[in-house]
Design a protein around this ligand. Structure first.
Ligand SMILES: C[S@@+](CC[C@H](N)C(=O)[O-])C[C@H]1O[C@@H](n2cnc3c(N)ncnc32)[C@H](O)[C@@H]1O
Length: 267
């Protein structure tokens, strides 16, 4: 299964009510969204039909998140009158604050950018938000170079896997074996966590190193990556969606994490 097929599956199983994408390019991932969305890219060149109420932002993700009310567009999509006019369920997006249901991070493929993108997305997420990062499983050292010299390019964003394991072990981090270059799915976001912010300088100092990158063998061989089909079939999605729609307290997260690990045969 390729990353766009997996993303299409995620839109379905998460019954997502909103969507944020960093890195739009020609729109092939953004076109999968049919809900109020934000797409961010300083150089988008969309050449496909988009079928949603989208704020297409021409800026870098850092600049976008530095604005006063970055998710303002999603708030306006919660207006019941506007919903009625657009044929959406009246209160579909109305309850609670604006938090992201589904986010896809696929912008600048350098580790420190992807780290900041995750930190910024997490500020607007809940424990039951679904955050996905693209190009997390490079196939060789050349593809993982910081200085791009290949057609397909993952850069060194894969480093988020060991960094989150070290600094944020409470997150549920699932490498997914999609074609061509794998994705990472993250649950359990905690907008109140300051761990990554507090350690940002130290993390960048340790992990931003010149090419060639030393990609761990386990990442190249995808030994821990799960099948995208199996992940999408997981019985836990129904509970995740129910909890999210009821804005259930984070105390439910442990149970969800247990369900995910059981479904994936992880301990
Ligand atoms: C791999 S492409 C995105 C592909 C798209 N998500 C898809 O699946 O079809 C990466 C995009 O990230 C954009 N980009 C580069 N630096 C960025 C940044 N700092 N913030 C947001 N987007 C960025 C590039 O302009 C490029 O269009």
């Amino acid at each position: 299964m390729n990353r766009h097929e997996f993303l299409r599956g995620l839109h379905r199983v998460t019954a997502t009510r909103n969507y944020l994408e960093i890195g739009v390019n020609d729109g092939r991932s953004l076109t999968l969204s049919q809900v109020p969305s934000i797409g961010i890219d300083p150089a988008f060149k969309v050449n496909v039909e988009l079928r949603a109420d989208i704020h297409l932002v021409k800026a870098t993700s850092d600049d976008f998140f530095a604005t006063k009310d970055p998710l303002g567009h999603l708030k306006s999509a919660r207006n019941p009158v506007k919903n009625a006019r657009k044929g959406r369920p009246l209160f579909a997006h109305y309850r609670g604050g604006t938090t992201l249901d589904l986010a896809f991070i696929d912008g600048m493929h350098l580790f420190e950018y992807a780290l900041r993108d995750f930190m910024n997305v997490e500020r607007f997420s809940r424990w039951d938000s679904v955050i996905v990062l693209d190009d997390m499983l490079p196939r060789d050292i050349d593809e993982a170079a910081r200085d791009r010299h290949t057609d397909a390019w993952t850069g060194d964003v894969y480093k988020l896997i060991p960094v989150l394991a070290k600094y944020r072990p409470e997150l549920t981090v699932v490498p997914v074996d999609t074609e061509p270059t794998g994705v990472l799915l993250i649950l359990g976001a905690d907008p109140g966590s300051t761990v990554l912010k507090d350690h940002y300088d130290e993390i960048v100092q340790e992990w931003v190193v010149p090419d060639p990158q030393k990609v761990p063998e386990g990442i190249l061989s995808r030994v821990d990556a799960v099948s995208p089909e199996m992940l999408l079939r997981g019985g836990f999605w129904t509970d995740l969606v129910r909890n999210r729609n009821r804005r259930a307290a984070r105390t439910r997260y442990d149970a969800l994490r247990g369900q995910v690990n059981a479904a994936l045969g992880r301990s």
